[in-house]
Design a binder for this molecule. Structure first.
Ligand SMILES: *[C@@H]1O[C@H](CO)[C@@H](O)[C@H](O)[C@H]1NC(C)=O
Length: 181
């Protein structure tokens, strides 16, 4: 009597368990394994952009009376930055301007390409140093910002870093970024 009962129980348990659904479970695997040549070439496509950076810095050096202040304009045209599959999706560029015997402005730019739409994210940092020489390590002002430049467009980034420690020194940046083929 015990064995037939056990068998009956087993059969009942098998019948009660939900039927496996092999088709939906297998479908994603075959979709990953079977890839058309077009899918493959799109995935492995080599992308490259040329990023041109042109910068104008207007730097104001606050001076004690009777001079009041002096203003300096410094222009930089940076060598084109190639960014892409072969060179890496992130490139860093830095430049600086030294003025008035006591001020140094550093601009640090990080360019990151988004391969899907070829847009470039521009992260930038401006550092204002003011001290007893242009090589001073006395950091008196710092700002950061970011901007996305879409493919085949250019953008003008404007920002100003102030001497937040002392005086009225400041540096205004006009940075033109071109995202070209
Ligand atoms: C980028 O800069 C290079 C070198 O200055 C120049 O030859 C090229 O025409 C520029 N490209 C664009 C799209 O401005």
């Amino acid at each position: 009597m015990k064995l037939p009962l056990l068998l009956f129980g087993l059969i009942a348990a098998i019948q009660a368990s939900p039927a496996p659904a092999p088709v939906p479970a297998l479908a994603p695997i075959s979709a990953v394994e079977v890839r058309s040549p077009t899918d493959l070439s799109a995935r492995e496509k080599v992308v490259s952009r040329t990023i041109n950076l042109t910068s104008k810095l207007v730097i104001r050096d606050d001076e004690p009376w009777p001079v009041n202040h002096r203003t300096y304009t410094r222009s930089h045209t940076l060598p084109p930055v190639i960014i892409g599959t072969k060179t890496g999706y992130t490139q860093k560029v830095s430049y600086e301007a030294k003025v008035g015997g006591e001020i140094r402005v550093e601009v640090h730019v990080t360019l990151t390409l988004r391969p899907s739409d070829l847009s470039v994210l521009v992260n930038y940092q401006m550092l204002l140093f003011e001290g007893t020489s242009e090589n001073t390590k006395d950091l008196d002002g710092k700002i950061e910002g970011s901007r996305r430049i879409f493919k085949n467009t250019d953008g003008l980034i404007k920002n100003t870093v102030h001497n937040t420690d002392e005086g009225g020194d400041r540096a205004s940046l006009d940075l033109t970024v071109v995202n070209a083929p």
